[in-house]
Design a protein. Sequence first.
Length: 227
Amino acid sequence: MRILLSAVFVFSFFWNSLYAQNFELGSWNILNIKYNLEEKWSFFGETQLRSLTFYNNFHYYEYKGGVNYKAYKNLNLTLGAGSYQTYKEGGDFVLPKNNDEIRLWPQVVLFQTLGVFKIEQRYRAEFRFTNSGFRNRYRYRVGLSYSFGKEKNEFVPFQISANNELFLSDKAAYFERNRMLFAFSYKPSRFTTLQIGYLHQFDYKINDETGRDFLQVAYFIELFGSQ
């Protein structure tokens, strides 16, 4: 708990310092629920809400769900779908929308360990049905995480992580976006995880979400059936 409070203090100090410099930090909020049907199969649902300034000027929300299959110990396959809604800047959910989208996405995630670190590589293809027509997009994310703290009930309570993700399309100029995240996670029980992090997003000439800096707050719930 002292480590969690220390992390909150550091983020608060970081936020106050940036605010004093007129730095606009948006909010990026996540609620994720995962149900493990058995060892190989699981289902998930997730919703996100984002704002361009600190819990103001809300411009984006999404909700999605899907199914995961653990093909091997270090290989997960996913098929997901969802709704993704982006509004114009200048207030809370300003109309008309920048983008109204339904998305279908298959995904492959590879895991490996390097000493005390865990490496994750995620490959995702997105088939996007938008208000301006159909688009394809391809995403690659690589991440590094380190778990620490006294193990209890077969889980370790704390984790620090960093990842970087590239967004590419099949049309010129091909590169669309880069997204970086640095995060601290606290797992109070086997079933829940709290995460706080700093996310930076850079966009290149796309007409949906605007690139910004965000404070990310996430709550993950994991449920278990017969294992």
